[in-house]
Write a protein that binds this ligand. Structure first.
Ligand SMILES: [Cu+2]
Length: 278
């Protein structure tokens, strides 16, 4: 067998890589870690958003979910948007019929608003679409880098803000300042929280959507991880769900592991268990 020979060019490559590793790489890492804070996007510039799905045949869908700009953009302040009152948010599967009727009425009124109304369900959905699927680009950076509100610490505060106003709109539509959103208590794997809440399965109501996946309709136990194979027995799905929650909450031992890393100007995605693995 012929003995490999080392050439002058090989030596130069090794030296270059060594130089890069010890000199440039730490500088690049430093620059990434200490890059400028993320900027707010220019809301007057919106592009077609897109979404891809890894499971099934590769497909990319394009959405025009640009938001209507109906007036001057007002910065959020706790002074201007004081909490109306203390809210008690309950698991959806424990809601009373009386509360479900109120909930349906609130969404009925929201759905009845014209699509041009910033409070409409259409615009509420488009807010999520445009900030999740690349409708807006990061301001003040080189290149077309979308502002992505998932996969970083931005995930939790952004969605908190989103639901805060969603709840206020519903409350104002039915004239009930105490109206509170219900939540899906999927971490309850024992007393009925592990199914899609029944109130969302009632056909011809404002909470029903025929596009929801039929294979996870009640009484099927909803697998929390997308990687869970179909057709497993209920007890195995429950076991896997409990395992997934343990991995996400208990083994994510730092705030960064749980919530994701900082989102800096020019950066795209980082990772966290709260987003990838409920
Ligand atoms: Cu989201």
């Amino acid at each position: 067998m012929r003995k490999p020979t080392t050439t002058l060019a090989d030596n130069a490559s090794v030296q270059s890589i060594t130089f890069f590793f010890f000199c440039c790489f730490p500088l690049i890492l430093f620059a990434l870690v200490h890059a400028s804070p993320i900027q707010i996007p220019d809301l007057t510039k919106c592009q077609v958003a897109s979404a891809s799905w890894a499971s099934g045949p590769p497909v990319t869908l394009y959405f025009n979910c640009c938001l209507p700009i109906t007036g001057p953009i007002v910065d959020f302040s706790f002074e201007k948007y004081k909490p109306i009152r203390k809210h008690i948010r309950r698991p959806a599967h424990t809601a009373s019929e009386e509360y479900i009727a109120k909930y349906m009425k609130a969404y009925e009124l929201m759905r009845a608003l014209p699509d041009t109304d910033p409070r409409s369900l259409k615009v509420q959905a488009n807010i999520h679409c445009s900030f999740c699927n690349g409708g807006y680009l990061q301001a003040g950076v080189t290149g077309d880098i979308p502002l992505q509100v998932h996969f970083s610490w931005f995930f939790l505060p952004w969605h908190r803000w989103y639901l805060y106003f969603h709840e206020r709109i519903l409350a104002s539509l039915i004239g009930d300042p105490g109206f509170s959103l219900l939540y899906w208590e999927w971490d309850d794997q024992v007393y009925g929280g592990n199914q899609i809440p029944e109130m969302y399965t009632r056909v011809n109501t404002s909470l029903y959507d025929e596009k929801r996946r039929v294979e996870v309709q009640p009484p099927t136990i909803v697998p929390l991880a997308a990687s869970t194979p179909a057709n497993l027995s209920a007890s195995i799905v429950i076991n896997q769900n409990l395992n997934n929650m343990y991995q996400s909450v208990v083994t994510a031992s730092t705030a960064t592991l749980f919530m994701g890393g900082a989102l800096r100007a020019g950066a795209d995605l980082s990772n966290s268990t709260v987003i990838n693995n409920p």
